[in-house]
Write a protein that binds this ligand. Structure first.
Ligand code: HEM
Length: 540
């Protein structure tokens, strides 16, 4: 009461002055930061560059701005600065060499904190909670573990080829089933036989819901995180998100229970179950303390589907678009496969060192149209920093514009041309070069930046690269892939969103010869033997 009457005793001009002074102080602070940060399009007070940001394909506008303001520029979303990087050396300098400062994520209150309650590694801020989860993921994705997953990747690729033989028009759906099945086999030791499996419907539902929360401006809580503490009774939007979060957590825990019962059954019967990330983590948990609740633990294998299935399938769709529009690449791959593998068997992982063109083709697919077009989930800085005389305050969002980086002409001359030999050494024969011979040496040892940077770099990169290699090797060995006569293909027609894929298109996929067909059908039998142990999730 005393405070109320004290405040009421202020004359109106004091209130008016405060009303002007507080925003003015904020504005002064923003101008002071803006003047010291890397240049960029001029922001409006409090709104920033919101009105200048395009509603679709922002990476194209960012690429244009990089030509005006340079390879590192600033945009403002409201009062929050974001730096956008379009040069691989700058991206590596900040997110790799200075990774202690640039490895966090921007706060995503609705998705990361209310829906997932901090359980998802993808959006977790840098710190102990994140590193516990990341270490567990790494334990199941070591080179030794990756070798264990190769037989199922190879068997699934053989099955994919036979499915393409049967229904070539469904090629994009077949690629999706292929990557879903690999991710589920690696995560839980169970395969996917059809995209109609209940589990797939459920996972897509969760993915779409979480993506729907991440729409800028949809929830005030993103600008005013304190709203997260409003009691549920006054915030029905929060209750709705929590209900979805509980449903997803229950589904994740049920999947871990499936593997737990598989293990128990195998113990009683004295037989074995397939190696999977979930099995490995459950066995580890018996030996040592893992400081995670059952709920949080269940999010680790579950993160594989969200992060690994659609990304790999979309990259394969890009490969099809590249092959359809660049027949010379199909011819070169056929030549190499015929010389090294012949026509009496399909390629295997052990052929990889002798298939440099194919390895280069996989890299070029990843470079040409990076699926995580703005570097996947953004990074955020956790300390003030300076770069080339510019100030970068703690809490800045950092976007690596993979689109612009992968099309940077200094590194990749003629960047729109799908040109795998740019990743081969100048003899174009044997060794796979780590840098591009025609352009400047690239700072990343893979020669592109499509898997991200530093401590947050994609932990599934090698698993994904193995799936891409074996699928493309077997498909190219078996099939001719051509564009339809008279159809003009637009290599820029891509979907919107965080992850992009080519808009639906038709193409001609035909078997290269009778010998190839027979080999595919023969090898399907041994593939079935490998896949048999990965019992399928049921269809609806
Ligand atoms: C072609 C396929 C893939 C591409 C292009 C891709 C790309 C990316 C990118 C760009 C990031 C963000 C990196 C950064 O913040 O610097 C990322 C993160 C991540 N990826 Fe992948 N990815 C692919 C497949 C996979 C697979 C198969 C898995 C599963 C094993 C996976 C698991 C993850 C996880 C868990 C993260 C979050 C890491 C963290 O925040 O610490 N990804 N991925």
């Amino acid at each position: 009461m005393a405070t109320d009457s004290f405040l009421a005793s202020f004359p109106p001009y004091v209130w008016l002055s405060l009303l002007i002074a507080i925003p003015a102080l904020f504005l002064l602070r923003d101008v002071w930061v803006w003047l010291r940060m890397p240049p960029g399009p001029t922001p409006l007070p409090f709104l920033g560059n919101k009105l200048q940001l395009p509603k679709s394909q922002p990476w194209l506008q960012f690429e244009q701005w990089s030509k005006i303001y340079g390879p590192i520029f600033t945009i403002w979303i409201g009062r929050k600065p974001t730096i956008v990087i379009s040069d691989p050396v700058i991206a590596a300098e900040l997110m790799e060499k200075r990774s202690t400062k640039y490895s966090s994520r921007p706060r995503m209150v609705a998705m990361g904190e209310i829906l997932w309650d901090g359980a998802s590694v993808l959006v977790q801020p840098y710190g102990k909670e994140w590193s516990t989860r990341r270490k567990l993921l790494h334990q199941a994705l070591t080179p030794k573990a990756l070798r264990l997953y190769k037989p199922v990747q190879s068997a699934e690729a053989s099955r994919l080829c036979c499915e393409l033989l049967q229904s070539p028009a469904d090629w994009d759906k077949l690629l999706e089933r292929f990557t879903s099945s690999i991710v589920f086999s690696v995560a839980y030791g169970h395969r996917i036989d059809s995209l109609n499996a209940n589990i797939i419907h459920q996972r897509f539902k969760f993915m779409h819901y979480s993506a729907s929360l991440n729409v800028p401006g949809k929830y005030m809580v993103e600008s005013f995180p304190i709203l997260k503490h409003v009691p549920d009774i006054l915030a029905p939007w929060k209750v709705d998100i929590k209900v979805h979060g509980r449903e997803e957590a229950a589904a994740n825990m049920a999947l871990v229970d499936v593997v737990r019962s598989d293990l128990a059954r195998a113990k009683t019967r004295g037989d074995d179950i397939p190696d999977s990330l979930c099995r490995l983590l459950l066995e580890l948990r018996e030996k040592e303390h893992i400081p995670l609740s059952d709920r949080d633990f269940s999010f680790i294998p579950a993160s594989l589907f969200g992060a690994g299935s659609d990304t790999t399938a979309s990259t394969l769709c890009t490969a099809f678009l590249a092959l359809v529009t660049h027949p010379e690449a199909v011819r070169a791959a056929h030549e190499e496969l015929d010389a090294v593998v012949g026509s009496s068997r399909t390629p295997t992982f052990s052929d990889e060192p002798r298939l440099p063109y194919l390895c280069a083709l996989v890299k070029e697919v990843l470079r040409w149209r990076p699926v995580a077009v703005l570097g996947g989930t953004p990074h955020a800085s956790t300390e003030d920093d300076h770069y080339e005389g510019y100030y970068i305050p703690s809490g800045t969002t950092v976007l690596g514009n993979s689109w612009a980086i992968n099309r940077n002409e200094e590194y990749y001359p003629d960047p729109d041309r799908f040109h795998p030999t740019r990743f081969l050494d100048p003899t174009k024969k044997a060794e796979l070069s780590l840098t591009t011979p025609e352009g400047k040496p690239h700072p990343s040892k893979s020669g592109h930046s499509s898997f991200g940077w530093g401590r947050r770099i994609c932990p599934g990169a090698d698993l994904a690269a193995n799936s891409l290699f074996i699928a493309l090797a077997k498909i190219l060995w078996a099939f001719e892939i051509r564009g339809l006569k008279g159809v003009q293909y637009d290599t820029f027609a891509y979907t919107e969103g965080f992850n992009i894929r080519p808009k639906k298109f038709e193409c001609e996929i035909t078997i290269r010869g009778e010998a190839h067909r027979e080999v595919l059908l023969r090898e399907l039998e041994s593939a079935k033997e490998v896949l048999e142990v990965f019992t399928p999730f049921e269809e609806s």
